[in-house]
Design a protein around this ligand. Structure first.
Ligand code: SF4
Length: 336
């Protein structure tokens, strides 16, 4: 897929506040959603006719897509095997679940005042990557702005820290091919419409290998919690953008314990995964796999909280991420 990503990373951050002139909206883990599985909301450029894509149904159909409880416009949904790989690498802190509002009471489960979309009476969810606030200056902007940005985005180069890694998610490696194959607008087109330039250099794709839609996704990318009562408090905090590590651990453990094509949950993998998230133990010794992620996320949130109004330069990421063990990115000159 030919795209021009230099100076962009629009698909790795929530840049809606740049359009709205509100640079202080920085928590992607709360509120409403557009994006790959969502509505696209106020960023639609109208250049590509949109087909409905829904996390549970797949594509097409007349009913609207289900609305996520969180506010991440480009949530990266991970497969069960990818969830396990992040846990094995000691990077459970990078992960977070996504739930959806059911279309109506008959298809959902009531938790914390939300009718959560469910499969066979079990609350359904994805697991994806967190977006802490980072100081970034995309699209040729002179000054950095705090924007919710993927935990793996290097704010200095706007490149992905795990691009060459075996942890690189299939959803990221396939972007925007899946959107094009499903006739959905891409983030590249939204950026072009908003700030100009040529981002999408190839407009056609029929690559849907690995997409996992509808029933194909069950247990592989779309997970379901077998004990809805255990999500009491968690669903409410997911909607409020206030998930704790223990909250995230509950959903991530179920995802890691899931079995593709079934509703089965492995008790062994559930216990292993939950301990992995809660303890962050057992990381490999290579620099790429050191558990820098959790401390870096907490540091970004602290710096944003304490420094609202004062945005540091993006290269403060050297202190926040690289010095804790994050892999460096090559920069664009090295790729030319
Ligand atoms: S993993 Fe990399 S490519 Fe994917 S959203 Fe994060 S920074 Fe972007």
């Amino acid at each position: 897929m030919e795209v021009n990503c230099e100076g962009c990373a629009g698909c790795c951050m929530d840049w809606r506040s740049l359009l709205e002139g509100d640079s202080e909206s920085t928590d992607a883990n709360s509120g409403e959603n557009g994006g790959e599985y969502g509505s696209g909301g106020d960023r639609d450029s109208g250049r590509r006719p949109r087909r409905r894509r829904d996390p549970i149904d797949g594509v097409d159909g007349d009913a609207p897509s289900r609305k996520p409880l969180d506010d991440d416009p480009n949530f990266v949904a991970l497969t069960r095997d990818e969830v396990r790989a992040f846990l094995e690498a000691g990077m459970g802190d990078a992960l977070t679940p996504r739930f959806w509002e059911a279309r109506d009471e008959s298809e959902g489960v009531e938790v914390d005042g939300h009718t959560v979309a469910a499969v066979a009476g079990r609350p359904a969810f994805f697991v994806g990557l967190r977006k802490p606030p980072k100081p970034v200056a995309p699209f040729g902007r002179e000054e950095p702005t705090w924007l919710p940005s993927c935990v793996f985005l290097d704010p200095t180069t706007l490149q992905c820290r795990i691009h060459e890694s075996d942890l690189f998610p299939d959803e990221c490696g396939s972007y925007p091919a899946y959107n094009l194959a499903l006739e959905q607008e891409t983030e590249c087109e939204r950026v072009e419409a908003a700030v100009g330039g040529d981002r999408l250099l190839e407009a056609d794709s029929d690559d849907t290998e690995g997409l996992l839609l509808g029933s194909q996704a069950l247990g592989a990318k779309l997970f379901s919690h077998p004990r809805p009562a255990d999500l009491a408090g968690i669903v409410g905090r997911a909607a409020a953008g206030e998930l704790t590590r223990r909250d995230r651990a509950e959903a991530i453990a179920v995802a890691a314990a899931s079995s593709p094509g079934t509703l089965a949950i492995s008790d062994h993998h559930y216990g292993w995964a939950k301990a992995r998230v809660l303890e962050g133990e057992g990381a490999d010794s290579s620099a790429e796999r050191e558990p820098w992620v959790g401390p870096a996320i907490r540091d970004w949130h602290r710096r944003h909280r304490e420094g609202v109004g004062a945005v540091p330069p993006p290269d403060v990421a050297d202190a926040v991420e690289v010095e804790r063990g994050a892999p460096e990115t090559p920069g664009w000159d090295a790729l030319e």
